[in-house]
Write a protein that binds this ligand. Structure first.
Ligand code: G3P
Length: 217
């Protein structure tokens, strides 16, 4: 399973990229709004750091023409750019056009298997079901990932499933067990994936024992 980092924070992206644990990045307007930097500058910096897929969101959503224009502009920034397009009728018209032009797309704000089926039909490269937000309203978010993977397998769709809106490490384990292509994970969850109390205790004991070992003549 590929791991993307779900943030627009440059330092978090650089840190995760330098550790070799991420393959790409996903952003959205909310994540951009949390940084004290112009979105254009953030995009430029991410592109310098990450040599893998970078999802940047289209924002002129009223008609497919606006989405296509956004996508063309964003895709000129780097060959790694994947344009995030919300799951709407206009959005799917844009996906169809962009897929013919060879511009990569990630259909976002997906909350049902039917939406994912339509995105694949339109020619999306990626689809992003939002698991945590479904859990928040009392649904089992991960069930739609299972459904989508099964449907895509049945019909040999090439669209890759990005498990998004990940809230805790067990979401990641579940995504990997199901066989999702990608999980996009916020920095705080990546940090939690590293940690285990037995690792910390083990390091402490090795440090103490090494001091003891060095004291022998
Ligand atoms: O990638 C989409 C994701 O960022 C949404 O996450 O936590 O806002 O539901 P969240």
């Amino acid at each position: 399973m590929k791991i993307f980092i779900d943030t627009a924070n440059i330092e978090e992206i650089r840190n995760a990229w330098n550790m070799g644990v991420i393959d790409g990045v996903t952003t959205n307007p909310t994540l951009m709004s949390m940084e004290k930097m112009k979105p254009e500058k953030i995009m430029e910096e991410i592109i310098k750091i990450v040599k893998g897929p970078i999802s940047l969101e289209a924002t002129h959503l009223d008609s497919y023409k606006g989405i296509v224009e956004d996508a063309e502009k964003l895709s000129r920034l780097s060959k790694n750019v994947v344009v995030k397009i919300p799951m709407t009728e206009e959005g799917m018209k844009a996906v169809k056009i962009l897929s013919k032009k060879g511009i990569k797309t990630n259909v976002t704000l997906v909350f049902s298997a039917n939406q994912a089926l339509l995105a694949a039909k339109a020619g999306a490269d990626y689809v992003s079901p939002f698991i945590g937000r479904l859990d928040d309203i009392g649904n089992e978010g991960m069930q739609i990932v299972r459904d989508i993977i099964q449907i895509y397998k049945n019909y040999n769709f090439k669209t890759q499933v990005i498990v998004a809106s990940v809230r805790h490490p067990m979401h990641v384990v579940e995504a990997a067990k199901i066989g999702a292509h990608v999980a996009t994970i916020p920095p705080n969850v990546i940090k939690k994936m590293f940690r285990h109390s037995l690792t910390d205790a083990g390091i402490k004991r090795f440090e103490e024992d090494w001091k003891k070992a060095l004291s022998f003549r």
